[in-house]
Each structure stands twice: as structure tokens, then as C-alpha cells.
Design a protein around this ligand. Sequence first.
Ligand code: ADP
Length: 301
Amino acid sequence: DILVVGSINMDIINKVERHPSVGETISALETETGPGGKGANQAVAASRMGSQVTLAGAVGTDSYGEELLALLNGENVNTERIMVKEGLTGLAFITVNGAGHNHIIVSPGANEKLSEADLLPLMPELNQAKALIVQNEIPWAVSAYIIKEARARNVKVLVNPAPVEHFPVTILPSIDLLIVNQHESEALTGLQAKDHVQAVQAAQRLLDLGANAVVLTLGEQGVIYLDRNGEYFREAFQVSAVDTTAAGDTFIGALASSIVKGKATQEAVDWACAAAAICVTRKGAIPSIPYWEEVRALIEE
Ligand code: ADP
């Protein structure tokens, strides 16, 4: 049902009392590894919501690559279109201090080695797909190519321009549904989106720039959906957040899954909000992503 073309990383997370200064060596309080990358997270989120998901991307020839492939298979994500590229898997080095503030260094590894030619075997899957999801953690030419092929086949194109640096706004008219958070929205429009009024203006600007529909997520304030027929605002579910990692990715995977199941846009946004709300009540990236039954339970509460 859903094709995700995007990044696959191993996250290496160090908890520290405080970040080191230049030239300083400190000891971590705790170190963990865990699967990550926006492509992998969004693919797992859609799969846990019950969709058939194919993830296309690349891992390296190191043991992290094998570990990630096994993990994604265990999540019912089709990994047949994940390439194994000589060298390192994508790595994200994350340091979190006592106040919960993080520093992140991403080493793109295999993600950066993906080429347009690597996607040629994907065309049969694309012919079958109802939706394509892409982010911005692989070479942009590869994402642009698959977007063009999806449009030619009338496959719904969902784009999450994250990270937003070097994202070309000229692609917006080719996007059926653009999903941005406040930071990405501001980077694309130059407009702040701190409150509801500002957010509607920013989303309107994104429509003016050519997007066909926009979802602007506002963290604990909720989310705005805007297309040329009007606006839908959904408040966030009231939960006690412990870790917002992967909230946006969970939102997008659940949104895509709901849309592909044929839910109307507003209902799909509600489900995505519920999924993301459960995600923020749990620690970690992929371990925090809920299953369909859990999301339904919150919706029906
Ligand atoms: P990102 O993770 O990309 O920065 P946001 O912070 O906007 O994106 O979060 C995405 C969605 O997750 C929000 O629209 C909201 O539905 C949900 N969410 C995020 N933080 C909270 C929270 N504290 N309480 C409830 N829902 C939240």
C-alpha cells in the first residue's frame, strides 16, 4: 500500500551530565543504540498501523546494517528494496544532557550513496502503491526522481522536508500533501508559526508556493490541515510527555496509513494525532511507536 523511500540509521545515544566543552573528554552516564532514520521510523509507524509497507533505502556492510534489516523485517516492513552498500550504515550520534537538551551529529553513510539507478527495480512496487512518503535525509535527486515517477502513476505523494536545509520549494506543486513542523514551516516560508493565527498564515503561504495540501504540526498545541477548500484544526491529545523523539515520524506514518485506508482527511489527522500522543508518553524512537489497537483505544476513549 505504502512505499517509503528514505533514510535508515543506527542511533548511538549517550546520556551525559553536561555536554563537553572543546578539547574536553567526559564519560557517558549511559549508552544505548537503537534503530532510527526518518525513513525507517515512518515505515515502522505505518506498518504498526496495519499498512503493507515497502521501505527503499540503503544500509552499509557493517553489522549495524544487518541488525537494522533484521529489525525492519521483524516489523513486517518489506526490506527487499533496501540496498547494501560497501561501507558504513548511516549513524546518528546523539548526546543528551541532564536537562534533556541534545546535540546530534548525523553521519549519512550508506544513505548518501543511494542513486536514481538504485530505484529502477522499485517501479513494480510503485505501480501497486497508493502512497509514497519521502523525507530529506537521502540525496535530493533520488527523492525528486521517485516523486516524479509517483506523480506519473497517480500515486499520492506525501513529503516531509526534514531536515529542511537545501529543500527546493520548486518541488511543492508536485506534492499532494506536505507535512512540516514549526521549524520546517518557518524555514520554507520565513513566517513564524508560534500560535494558531500565525500557523494558518504560514500554511497558506505554503499553498501559495504551490503545495496542494499542508499539514503543519504544532507540537503540544496540535496540528493544522489546510487545503484550498479550508482549514481543519485538531488539538493535541492531553498526555504527559516524557520523550518527543519520533513524534513527527509517528504522526506521518499513521497519517499515511489512515489516508491509504480511505479515511477522510480530518479523521486521518485525528488518528495521526492520537498515534503521536501515545509516542510522546514513551521513551525512544521506534520502541515508542504505537500499534493500531492502542491508537484505536485512545480515539474511542
Ligand atoms: P516534530 O516531532 O517533527 O518536531 P511536533 O513536535 O510538531 O513534530 O509533533 C508532531 C505531533 O505530535 C503534534 O502535531 C502532536 O499531534 C503530537 N505531539 C507532540 N508533542 C506532544 C505533546 N506534548 N502532547 C501531545 N501530543 C504531542
